[in-house]
Write a protein that binds this ligand. Structure first.
Ligand code: NAD
Length: 259
């Protein structure tokens, strides 16, 4: 482990957080600032990204991560204007409306594949070629989902895209280990964010999820942000290719079975 302090584990690291405009990405950006990182928030252009820049005084880049060339250009300008990229947290993601698998459309599949898989892949490629390979050091944290471990009903396209992120995480970890780059993923359960709110506002869904989670509550973005910072730091430097559930125990088993 490097001599970097555990109190500021990202000190001096150019830390790119995608999806930083809101939800989990915003919480990760805040935690990364606290951890001493030089944070670059990347998201679609708009008020959320403007708010991030105004509130946290971090660098921002308005980019569609599904656009290969735009991602390359953004990381190129980050490397030349701010410094070589040391950390990437791939938070940006999308979900689609609930529908049974027989009704999933080609558009659903294309949109989720484009952002959740290709966007994650493009940003990882750009991060390693704009800093990590040259430095022989770097940490990448991807966002899978609990849905990749236990299927989320009526979300076949999302579930498949997040399973692909888990597989990609292992693949990148193996390909880039010899550069000293780690690649891990987080698989959160239901976390209160703008993405999940429409689902969690349905009383039965919220109550059933709270009952199903052994720790008895849904997650907050802050429950995930600290784990992302840990995996992005040298403290986790001997972990690679893993997907860490942050799920209050959901995938450990069912609570409250009266045996
Ligand atoms: N919230 C949950 O319950 C939950 C559970 C499991 C996994 N996740 C995953 O965690 C990550 C963050 O989720 P969240 O709940 O904070 O979502 P969110 O919708 O609240 O935020 C996602 C962010 O990604 C950005 N984004 C979407 N498409 C983009 C694109 N093409 N280019 C750039 N930015 C783009 C959005 O603008 C938004 O700011 C996602 O990958 C999501 O799939 C969330």
């Amino acid at each position: 482990m490097s001599p970097r302090s555990l109190a500021e584990p990202l000190r001096g690291e150019v830390t790119v957080v995608t999806g930083a405009g809101r939800g989990i990405g915003r919480a990760v950006a805040e935690a990364a600032v606290e951890a001493g990182g030089t944070v670059v928030g990347l998201d679609l252009p708009g008020p959320d990204l403007d708010g991030l820049a105004a509130d946290l005084h971090v660098h921002v880049q308005g980019v569609d991560i599904g656009d290969h060339d735009a991602v390359g250009a953004a990381f190129g300008s980050i490397a030349s204007e701010i410094g070589p990229v040391g950390v990437l947290v791939n938070c940006a993601g999308v979900i689609c409306d609930n529908r049974p698998a027989e009704e999933v459309t080609e558009d659903d599949l294309d949109r989720l594949w484009r952002v959740n898989l290709k966007g994650t892949f493009f940003c990882a490629q750009a991060a390693v070629t704009h800093g990590m390979i040259e430095r022989r050091h770097g940490h990448i944290v991807n966002f899978a989902s609990q849905a990749a471990l236990v299927a989320l009903p009526h979300q076949g396209a999302y579930t498949a895209s997040k399973g692909a992120v888990m597989a990609l995480t292992r693949s990148l970890a193996i390909d880039w280990a010899h550069y000293g780059i780690t690649v891990n993923a987080i698989a959160p359960t239901f976390i209160w964010t703008p993405m999940s709110t429409p689902m969690l506002q349905i009383d039965e869904v919220r109550a059933a999820s709270e009952r199903r989670i052994p720790l008895g509550r849904l997650g907050q973005p802050s429950d995930v942000a600290g784990v992302a910072v840990f995996l992005a730091s040298d403290a986790a430097g001997f972990i690679t290719g893993q997907t860490i559930p942050v799920d209050g125990g959901w995938t450990a088993g069912e609570p409250g079975l009266a045996l």
